[in-house]
Design a protein around this ligand. Structure first.
Ligand SMILES: Cc1cc2nc3c(=O)[nH]c(=O)nc-3n(C[C@H](O)[C@H](O)[C@H](O)COP(=O)(O)OP(=O)(O)OC[C@H]3O[C@@H](n4cnc5c(N)ncnc54)[C@H](O)[C@@H]3O)c2cc1C
Length: 638
């Protein structure tokens, strides 16, 4: 990394704890204030040539955004739309992404909106702004573009019968694209709130809208650079953290690595970015943000803008948006409860970090954890559940039958009942210098992000459970060789048979039984590991730069501060697992016994991996989350 120190005075970046700093000169723009003197914003600069080259290099046709308003009110300069869309979709896929509504369907929608005209060139919604409405084109054409660094990348032209919108209409997040009338047009405008009502009440239109919205988002992620720029280093744990955070929140972004892209140096100098500012997050119209925490990044990108947190007492707060929490939210919201979900990081939980879940019912070819999480999140939001991203719960108190959940920023939210679904996280390897390499050679997830580092490398996976097996099999498609290290004599007791078979059959995976890592070595990132076979006492040192640690998990219960009864491993005891002594010690106040999934605190439930004696599987977590909701109804009626 050769970006030189142009501007002194920034504090040292945090390392790998997800709580990066959001202060310092570069951080001052985490809001939409007007630029200050010397405050450089992405949109105010000419397009750096290497960035533009990247855009043009794809099969995307880029258009320069007109500098001046067109005299006619229509788009200036001949804006050429290369066909209806710039991407090459098969016609069947295109019909799903941009379906045409028939007259009957439009007539059904009409009472929910109002008909209006738009003049040529009128911007109907814009990138970075809250997306307030969906437009059905009745007459004329609406052009959708993705503005990026002074260039407009054409996405599509909506014709009569087609409609605008993507998942941001359901989530309430900012729009990723700009939509403008390409000619004088007649439109049916329907507010976001009404769209959410339609997807809940009209199964046919709901399916057409939701499928189109999700496919459009996937398409945007795959085919446009996105309006977010991340400048980072492959040796920086915080860069990996931010990449994972953006990816797992389905936020399209363009990444530039200062180690691999020499021209970034020039760009960084123009933005006053110093080596120790990295990673830097940039968004049009806002000042660059240096090494933001996930919470600061969520605020910067407007992930939670539409949620009015302390406004009311919710029927139910779900803490944790892994499979268990999302399932609870889907069932509770679909049954009419007012649900708020608090997610400390990104939706999907552990499942979201899985490359492919193959044993979840209904997906015979498997499904990536990210896809499953995205679908579940939209499903929960579709039924009206609100989700706060990167807002961890920090404490739980009960006052006069109301629960007060404190958040890490000092604010709090209230509900009549709570479902705790905060799951588990992998334990750190017990090695002296482990923190030095976390995110810079030692990883706790194995997704496409981490797999990129492994191309052509020897790597190690530590652990004998299903997640370690899944990681080994997935990474063997990328790495030169995968060493699976287990403390025990083999895998039979801890891993599913289908994974063991794949490991045995793969010439690129070697199992090392009775083996543990003894030491990690490296300077900026991991360079070497040494392992020891406990039986033979033989030590081996290898030039391995990537270790995936998937050994045993610790429950995320610390935030409850002893407010509910835990077992000896700190998992939450519920229902029949609570002994009379447990209930007496917790001063259980009711004559009835705790319901299934109910903790020692009445009206607080625990589901999924966080629950003592749970099965630690996606399907069982989903089952518990949904199953708990019938008891939530009961306690709310008490
Ligand atoms: C790599 C990997 C592969 C796997 N593969 C499979 C598989 O193929 N099949 C299978 O059945 N299972 C698999 N599993 C296990 C499965 O993913 C888990 O059993 C499941 O995700 C548990 O769901 P959960 O919702 O209970 O908890 P989690 O998935 O752990 O989710 C908990 C959520 O709570 C959030 N959270 C934590 N603390 C707080 C707080 N204080 N405030 C707010 N939010 C908080 C976390 O950020 C997280 O999003 C795999 C796990 C991993 C790690």
């Amino acid at each position: 990394m050769t970006v030189s120190g142009i501007r002194p005075g920034l504090p040292e970046p945090d390392q790998g704890n997800g709580e990066g700093r959001a202060s310092g000169p570069l951080a001052q723009g985490a809001h939409s204030s007007p630029p200050e003197q010397g405050d450089i914003r992405l949109e105010s600069l000419e397009t750096p040539s290497f960035l533009t080259r990247r855009v043009l290099a794809g099969n995307l046709a880029a258009q320069k955004i007109p500098d001046t308003e067109p005299e006619s009110g229509g788009p200036s300069a001949p804006v050429q739309i290369p066909g209806r869309t710039s991407q090459t979709h098969s016609s069947a896929r295109r019909d799903m992404i941009y379906p045409k509504l028939d007259d009957k369907q439009i007539a059904r929608l009409a009472p929910f909106g109002h008909f209006r005209s738009a003049h040529a060139g009128e911007v109907l919604f814009d990138q970075g702004k809250e997306r307030e409405a969906l437009f059905v084109v009745i007459k004329g054409r609406v052009q959708i573009v993705s503005p990026w660094e002074g260039v407009e990348i054409p996405i599509n032209v909506q014709e009569p019968g087609e409609f605008t919108g993507d998942v941001s209409l359901i989530s309430g997040r900012r729009s990723l694209v700009r939509g403008r009338a390409l000619e004088a047009s007649e439109l049916l405008e329907i507010s976001g709130e009404r769209v959410r009502h339609i997807v809940q009440t009209d199964p046919e239109l709901g399916e057409i809208f939701l499928r189109a919205f999700m496919l459009r988002r996937a398409d945007l992620i795959a085919n446009t650079p996105g309006n977010v720029l991340l400048i980072g280093s492959r040796h920086s744990a915080d860069t990996l953290r931010l990449k994972a955070f953006l990816t797992r929140n389905s936020q399209p972004f363009t990444y530039y690595d200062v180690e691999c892209e020499p021209c970034v140096e020039d760009f960084a100098r123009r933005f006053n970015i110093r080596a120790d500012d990295i990673p830097v997050l940039m968004y049009p119209g806002l000042s660059p943000l240096s090494n933001p925490s996930n919470a600061a990044a969520a605020e910067f990108l407007g992930f939670n803008t539409n949620i009015n947190v302390p406004a009311r007492v919710h029927d139910l707060i779900v803490v944790g948006a892994g499979p268990a929490g999302l399932a609870a939210a889907v069932y509770a919201a679909s049954e009419g409860l007012d649900v708020l979900i608090l997610e400390g990081n990104a939706p999907g939980g552990q499942a979201g970090s899985s490359s492919r879940i193959e044993n979840y019912l209904g997906f015979p070819a498997g499904i990536s954890g990210q896809d499953l999480a995205e679908r579940a999140l939209v499903q929960a939001q579709r039924f009206g559940a609100q989700v706060l991203i990167a807002r961890p719960a920090a404490g739980l108190q009960c006052q006069h039958r109301l629960f007060n959940i404190g958040l890490t920023d000092g604010s709090s939210v209230q509900a009549q009942s709570v479902v705790v679904a905060t799951g588990v996280q992998y334990r750190r390897l017990a090695l002296e210098n482990i923190t030095q390499f976390e995110g810079a050679g030692v990883y706790y997830g194995a997704t496409k992000l981490e797999a990129q580092f492994c191309e052509g490398e020897e790597i190690a996976v530590v652990g004998g459970g299903n997640s370690a097996g899944q990681a080994a099999v997935f990474l063997s498609d990328h790495a030169k060789h995968v060493h699976v290290l287990v403390r025990g004599k083999g895998l039979a007791d801890s891993m599913s048979r289908y994974l063991i078979r794949r490991i045995e059959d793969s010439p690129r995976i070697t199992l090392h039984a009775h083996t543990e890592i003894e030491s990690l070595r490296g300077s900026r990132s991991l360079e070497q590991i040494c392992w020891k076979n406990a039986r033979t006492e033989v030590r081996e040192t290898r030039d391995i730069r990537h270790v995936f640690a998937m050994t045993g998990a610790s429950p995320n219960t610390a935030w409850l501060q002893g407010g509910v009864v835990l077992d000896d491993k700190q998992f939450i005891k519920t229902g029949p697992d609570l002994s009379p002594q447990d209930l007496a010690a917790a001063h259980w106040p009711l004559r009835r016994q705790p319901y299934p999934f109910e903790t020692s605190l009445p009206r607080v439930f625990a589901v999924g991996d966080i629950r003592a004696n749970s099965s630690k599987r996606v399907a069982s977590s989903v089952g518990e989350g949904s199953g708990a909701v019938q008891f939530v109804h009961k306690v709310l009626a008490e």
